[in-house]
Write a protein that binds this ligand. Structure first.
Ligand SMILES: [Zn+2]
Ligand SMILES: [Zn+2]
Length: 259
């Protein structure tokens, strides 16, 4: 699996783009900064977007992506999300108020986007992805709005992206049961001194990350994303000083990983 990191942060600044990944050049996972990271030509290659939850650091470039690629393909772009996320995406992003409803543009028979509802725990396959069919399974996690992590499988290996989450259980059970698991991408958002903020917003700090990683019994690479831009230096320092149950690496923006 070829995974390009378009944005790896939980907020926006000139050096920190918001969460979005690209698989095989054609499938986007979250849409925090797609249009800031890719050329128009590269944006036109995207045919599928999987959205984990409605927060703006995961969705804000979606309206601009759809506008940029408007008219460049005969088939609509597919947007995959759970039913509750779909309701909010339609209500807040494509509502003919903050942005046009591209599921009815140019008209409802030939829309620019097509929404696909995904069911947690039920794998679905995206065909025609360079590198082979991509199997995606949504797994609900514990965030302040309905949020799913993703089990992504292509060819010989799987990757789990937890998306944003506080302490949770099921996705770690899935990780432990996934024999071809190559990597887990999970979050760390705030330094330990902001534990109360992390707790109410359902995010992790280095100390709660340590508790979460103790649930992972499988030997696989662990990458961290979603540092909040004001605390990047604090988090790097704290993580280096924390005795974590698994070695971790920061997920590097603009890098392409092969799994
Ligand atoms: Zn986020
Ligand atoms: Zn979030």
């Amino acid at each position: 699996m070829e995974l390009r990191i378009l944005g790896s942060f939980g907020g926006d600044s000139p050096s920190c783009r918001m969460t979005s990944f690209l698989i095989g050049g054609t499938v986007a996972v979250d849409a925090g900064a797609i249009t800031r990271a890719l050329t128009i030509e590269e944006q036109r290659a995207i045919r599928h977007v999987v959205i984990t939850h409605t927060h703006m650091d995961h969705t804000s470039s979606l309206p601009f992506l759809i506008e940029n690629i408007f008219g460049s393909a005969t088939e609509p772009v597919s947007i995959y999300c759970t039913r509750s996320v779909l309701g909010a995406v339609r209500r807040h992003l494509f509502n003919n108020d903050t942005w046009p409803d591209f599921s009815r543009i140019p008209n409802h028979l030939y829309p620019s986007v097509r929404f696909e509802v995904i069911e947690p725990g039920v794998p679905f396959v995206i065909e025609g992805v360079p590198g082979g069919n991509l199997e995606v399974t949504a797994i609900m996690v514990n965030h302040i709005v309905p949020t799913c992590g993703l089990l992504l499988r292509q060819g010989p290996s799987s990757v789990i992206f937890t998306s944003d989450t506080g302490p949770t259980e099921h996705i770690w059970e899935v990780a432990n049961a996934t024999e071809d698991l190559a990597a887990v991408i999970t979050e760390c958002s705030f330094p330990n001194r902001l534990q109360a903020v992390a707790d109410v917003s359902l995010h992790l700090t280095p100390q709660t990350l340590a508790t979460e990683l103790a649930k992972l019994t499988r030997d696989c690479a662990v990458y961290l994303y979603h540092f909040k831009p004001p605390y990047v230096d604090d988090l790097r320092r704290e993580l280096a000083a924390t005795d974590l149950p698994h070695p971790v690496e920061e997920l590097v923006q603009d890098r392409t990983y092969s799994f």
